[in-house]
Write a protein that binds this ligand. Structure first.
Ligand SMILES: C[S@@+](CC[C@H](N)C(=O)[O-])C[C@H]1O[C@@H](n2cnc3c(N)ncnc32)[C@H](O)[C@@H]1O
Length: 242
């Protein structure tokens, strides 16, 4: 009998994938087992030889690349001037919740202020660990935690004056359309600042990305008011829930 763990280990058998969150991976495996008609009563060695398994394997790796690979390779450090401009736009605030923060807090805490409270989360253990060390060394208030915004979108999140979601929603939408809206329904804050990268990976994507019309539609549908603006290679949406 093949186990989910055997399949997960097989998919993770690449050094660059060792940071993948196990629960995220297993959830994607379970979703696709039926789609690819994998028979788990078979021995794993037998299952692995099936063409269907090969296709299933490729599909899961593709999802992982989207969440962990491609979208993590884009980030170049933002210019200090970008954060300064955001700081002006945001006005006064005391606390931030950053969803899918990556390593960007290492760049912005100094600029937004070391006296504020930061709740910083990401699905990547590596990023969370690195930020946690920084927070400790610099005695920053708040906490860091691993959070999977796709599967655990209903989880109770710390309350903060502002929520940042920078360059994350696209990868959630890639897994399933509507997952940003699902996440938004659970957010509780006076301000939400979302961003999307304008760097396209292909020509086709460039066109698709232009208006972010799906995101604007989602905001209007849920009665959010928002202002959008471009800084450097990013488009930002400063959103006020009703
Ligand atoms: C392009 S990076 C952006 C990092 C940071 N927000 C920034 O703009 O500099 C995308 C980040 O989202 C995280 N991420 C992807 N899928 C996620 C999920 N389901 N839940 C939480 N974080 C996720 C990745 O680990 C990565 O750190």
């Amino acid at each position: 009998m093949a186990t989910i763990q055997e399949i997960a280990d097989d998919i993770k058998s690449k050094k660059s994938l060792s940071d993948i969150d196990d629960s995220f991976l297993k959830a994607r495996i379970l979703e696709n087992i039926e789609k690819y008609k994998l028979d788990l009563t078979e021995d794993f060695k037998k299952l692995k030889k099936k063409n269907r398994y090969g296709e299933f394997f490729k599909e899961i790796r593709k999802i992982l690349r989207k969440v962990y690979g491609v979208y993590r390779e884009i980030p170049e450090p933002r210019l200090e001037s970008t954060y300064k401009e955001l700081n002006k736009k945001l006005g006064k605030f005391n606390s931030v919740l950053d969803i899918g923060c990556g390593k960007s807090p290492l760049e912005y805490i100094e600029i937004f202020g070391k006296d504020k409270t930061y709740y910083l989360c990401d699905i990547s253990k590596d990023s969370v660990e690195e930020i946690n060390n920084y927070m400790k060394q610099n005695k920053i208030k708040g906490k860091t935690f691993i959070f999977n915004a796709y599967d655990n979108h209903k989880e109770n999140l710390p309350k903060a004056d502002i929520i940042f979601i920078f360059r994350v929603l696209e990868s959630l939408e890639e897994i399933k359309k509507g997952s940003s809206e699902r996440l938004f329904k659970n957010l509780n804050s006076k301000l939400i600042l979302v961003s999307f990268s304008k760097i396209a990976l292909s020509k086709n994507e460039e066109i698709k990305k232009k208006g972010r019309s799906w995101f604007r539609r989602m905001l209007s549908k849920n009665n959010y008011t928002f202002e959008d603006f471009d800084i450097e290679n990013e488009i930002f949406f400063l959103i006020k829930p009703k």
